[in-house]
Design a protein around this ligand. Structure first.
Ligand code: HEM
Length: 441
């Protein structure tokens, strides 16, 4: 990619303060200036390639995925806190475990989790205080954490331990963001013992989880939840996962499954709250459903417009707003040459708002997902990634979000006086605040 337009190191230094605060406008300006792919001179001598080109993204994630792996941002920087599970591993290690864990996330298996998920959601929604404006983000964050916790362990008496684990997970993520955004301070983070303190917290988190797993094994009980599925998963030679691997995978499910879903739910609620017409359509859809007939496999067909609202929110505010890959060997994509070791950042956020592929891209219009025409949007839409490393929890997340919106909107009308939601792009794309007023209907 030697002839790619390049943003100089100087430009990056000049803009460092605003990049640190929010890198998205800087990305956006460069895409407008240079087109769908450009290079930024940071890190290695060849820099980092940014792209929002759907053909390049499809090539990397799907067509020639074998030539690409996760970069050290995930396999080393994140892995040091949460271990080597699905999200943070590459190659044979990843492949073997993906094959083992995948069956636990099949729609059929998820059916068994509906009651557990539902209870966790109902519990969390008790925090809603009608006629008051609440920032829904912290509530959605607790909800998403509890849904993963209950789906794994199906126990309501572990709240205190889970609250501690949530604190640890969130605190370590904040540390990781500092390491990524201020790499020039990493020597200080190490020397001052900050990183060691967070590693110690991660160890404590593993102890909490190990205790809960031990209790399950010694109880001899079968609960048919995610933990049982992981305990029963076998390698090809018939052996189970080591305890270390099991803990890594469980931690990954918390990390990958909680913040992303909390973000998507908060954005969805905010978008619905600020669009009265959309809300009216949702009420009609929800009013037509008999509460007792809500069933897992049918949720998508029972709540088609609610699903469109979630899909449209994921388009405008994709929690995984960039996806990174490193080239294992050299490659040519539509005349662009990539060297071995090239780091590519695929901007899902930019692609989802690309005016060539989306009409009125900045507008919240759930109807665009009602039909796949005029264009098959799948090639411009990657909220859950694509190819063999596509999100393993996508159905889990969609069910959880549908159920949560259904439960909220069947009881409350929601509104907001804030015109636009401010975004906070950290490891995932979060809202700064999502203030919403709930009124009983
Ligand atoms: C709205 C919610 C979610 C979004 C937007 C989301 C998005 C994503 C994306 C884009 C990837 C692929 C990353 C890449 O290719 O580099 C991914 C991977 C993953 N997600 Fe999700 N996710 C969500 C919810 C969940 C949930 C609920 C779980 C589990 C309970 C989960 C577990 C995982 C795991 C384990 C991976 C790694 C898969 C692999 O590499 O084999 N995610 N997610």
């Amino acid at each position: 990619m030697s002839d790619l337009p390049t943003v100089s190191r100087w430009e990056v230094i000049r803009n460092r303060k605003r990049i640190l605060k929010n890198p998205l406008p800087f990305h956006s300006e460069n895409f407008e200036k240079f087109g769908d792919s450009f290079r930024v001179k940071i890190g290695s001598p060849s820099g980092v390639i940014f792209t929002r080109d759907p053909s390049v993204i499809r090539h990397i994630l799907q067509k020639n995925h074998k030539n690409y792996q996760k970069s050290k941002l995930q396999t080393e920087d994140l892995a040091k806190y949460i271990g080597q599970g699905l999200l943070t591993s590459n190659g044979e290690h990843w492949k073997v475990h993906r094959r083992m864990i995948q069956p636990a996330f099949h729609k059929k298996k998820l059916e068994g989790l509906l009651a557990i998920m539902n209870r966790a959601i109902e519990n969390e929604l008790e925090q809603i205080r009608p006629d008051k404006v609440i920032d829904v983000y912290p509530m959605m964050s607790d909800l998403a954490f509890q849904v993963v916790a209950q789906s794994l362990f199906s126990r309501s008496d572990i709240r205190k331990r889970m609250a501690r684990l949530q604190e640890i997970t969130e605190s370590n993520q904040r540390m990781l963001i500092r390491e990524m955004r201020q790499p020039y301070l990493n020597w200080w983070f190490r020397l001052s013992g900050k990183i060691d303190r967070h590693l110690e917290m991660a160890r404590k988190g593993r102890e909490i989880l190990n205790g809960i797993i031990e209790e399950r094994i010694s109880s001899g009980m079968r609960k048919d939840d995610l933990l049982d599925m992981l305990l029963e998963a076998r390698y090809e030679d018939g052996t189970p996962m080591s305890r270390k691997q099991l803990l890594d995978e469980v931690l990954i499910l918390f990390t990958a499954g909680h913040e992303t879903t909390a973000n998507a739910l908060s954005f969805s609620l905010f978008n619905i709250a600020s669009n009265k017409e959309v809300q009216e359509k949702l009420y009609k859809e929800i009013a037509d459903i008999d509460q007792d007939s809500i069933r897992f496999p049918d949720l998508f067909t029972q709540l088609p417009y609610t699903k469109c609202c979630i899909e449209e929110s994921l388009r405008l505010y994709p929690p995984a707003y960039v996806i990174d890959r490193e080239a294992i060997g050299k490659d040519t994509i539509e005349g662009l040459e990539l060297r071995k070791g090239s780091l590519v950042l695929m901007s899902v956020y930019e692609l989802h708002r690309h005016a060539d592929f989306w009409e009125d891209p900045e507008k919240f219009r759930p109807e665009r997902f009602e039909q796949k025409l005029p264009k098959d949007y799948a090639q411009y839409y990657y909220p859950f990634g694509a190819g063999p490393r596509m999100c393993i929890g996508n159905n889990f997340a969609m069910y959880e979000m549908l159920l949560t919106l259904y439960r909220i909107l069947s009881r409350y009308s929601i509104s907001t006086s804030k015109g636009e939601i401010e975004i906070n792009p950290l490891i995932s794309l979060k809202p700064k605040k999502a203030p919403i007023r709930f009124e009983r209907i």
